[in-house]
Design a protein around this ligand. Structure first.
Ligand code: 1QQ
Length: 389
């Protein structure tokens, strides 16, 4: 009897160990996420990332993926024995449908504890409700449109909203160039671009600028001659462009080609080095606000830039920086919950985030889970983004 009982105990211990090792994930009192206690006190947490990794905005996704992976390597090393994060990456191609499929897979099949991304605001508007319904926290690292956090209390972002960034860029540009009149052009089928345009227009009104015209295009367009010719005829003091990098850069290029030589002020879509590639010399003088500059004289920032350059052979842009911070925010919150798979515990911990010292600035969430942050205004000079003076 005694022996059988002993065997039974051993057997069940072996079985539970096998279970833990086999699945790597024993649901730990969760609401659906499959995190684990690895048996040695180490939490294992699965995080999903949904990114624009192929197609016309792939450089955004690539930068984000690199930022996330750099952070992941550092965190798993630093937190050995305490927390191991597994990252599951999904490519949405910048499409809402694909983003929804990816979110469903991550939530129901992979049982992630939280999601980072998706890249575009439009995609977040599509999957934020899916994540909220499944009580899965989702952290936007590049969603800057108005209304993102109104989706629900599981939706967070560490990306500075355009409603903060755009007025900062407009303020310095208007003062420096004595701008009195303005024209606008934006992508009408992209939530981010539409939202950015609305902010530009409202800010211009507040500043007392005269609106000399609004033109639109669709993502995927390559010919902007008609719209820009009309704008040129109206003779504005400045052109405001709300677009993703591919279309935005082509707009800038065409504007210069037809001799529309006024200051151009853009939004967050321009914060990627692809702009310099695609627009080339035409990008000179472009003005944009960003929460991150690799030139910032800050030890934390310079450490990150150095490590990123060593690993990827180039400087990080703001998409890489916010992704890097996003992974750190997730890890910090997971360490505090100490429950690898508990989605609600992670959500509640994220909501408490205060004074996180990231490479894209100090971060606290406001009551709407938006970041409080200060942008820097940059401009293109001799083929590089430099601080606007
Ligand atoms: C958004 C953005 C884009 C520029 C991300 C690539 O800010 O969609 O909100």
């Amino acid at each position: 009897m005694r022996q059988r009982k002993g065997m039974g105990t051993v057997l069940s211990a072996v079985l539970s160990l096998a279970l833990l090792a086999g699945c790597g994930a024993q649901p730990a009192a969760t609401n659906g996420g499959s995190g684990a206690e690895a048996g040695n006190g180490e939490q294992v947490a699965k995080i999903g990332y949904i990114g624009f990794l192929s197609g016309s905005g792939a450089a955004y996704g690539e930068a984000q993926k690199q930022g996330l992976e750099l952070a992941l390597t550092e965190l798993n090393e630093a937190n050995k024995g305490k927390l191991k994060i597994e990252l599951i990456t999904e490519d949405s191609g910048g499409k809402k449908e694909s983003a929804i499929n990816a979110a469903n897979k991550l939530i129901n099949q992979d049982k992630v504890v939280g999601i980072i991304g998706p890249t575009l605001s439009g995609e977040m508007f599509a999957i934020g409700p899916v994540a909220s319904e499944a009580e899965t926290p989702i952290l936007g690292i590049s969603n800057t449109a108005e209304g993102i956090n109104d989706i629900g209390e599981y939706v967070f972002r560490n990306s500075l909203p355009e409603s903060v960034a755009i007025p900062a860029a407009m303020d310095v540009a208007v003062k420096k160039h004595g701008i009195k009149t303005a024209a606008f052009i934006y992508a009408k089928n992209d939530d981010f671009s539409v939202s950015g345009f609305k902010t530009m227009k409202a800010t211009a009104e507040k500043m007392g600028l005269t609106n000399l015209g609004e033109e639109t295009f669709s993502n995927g367009d390559v010919d902007f001659a008609a719209q820009l010719t009309k704008i040129k005829a109206a003779n504005p003091d400045a052109l405001f462009v709300s677009a993703l990098y591919k279309e935005g850069s082509l707009v800038v290029k065409k504007a210069r080609e037809i001799g529309l030589n006024v200051p151009i002020i853009g939004g967050n879509g321009f914060n990627n080095p692809q702009v310099l590639e695609i627009a080339g010399h035409a990008a000179e003088g472009l003005i944009v606000a960003t929460p991150f500059s690799p030139d910032k004289k800050d030890e934390n920032v310079q450490n990150f830039v150095k490590k990123y350059e060593e690993k990827y052979g180039k400087k990080p842009d703001q998409f890489a920086a916010q992704a890097y911070d996003g992974m750190y925010i997730m890890a910090q919150s997971l360490l505090k919950t100490n429950k690898g798979g508990d989605r609600n515990a992670l959500r509640d911990e994220l909501a408490q985030l205060k004074d996180f010292n990231g490479v894209s600035g100090k971060l606290s969430f406001d009551e709407k889970r938006n970041p409080i942050g200060v942008p820097v205004v940059v401009t293109v000079k001799a083929g590089k983004f430099v601080t606007f003076e």
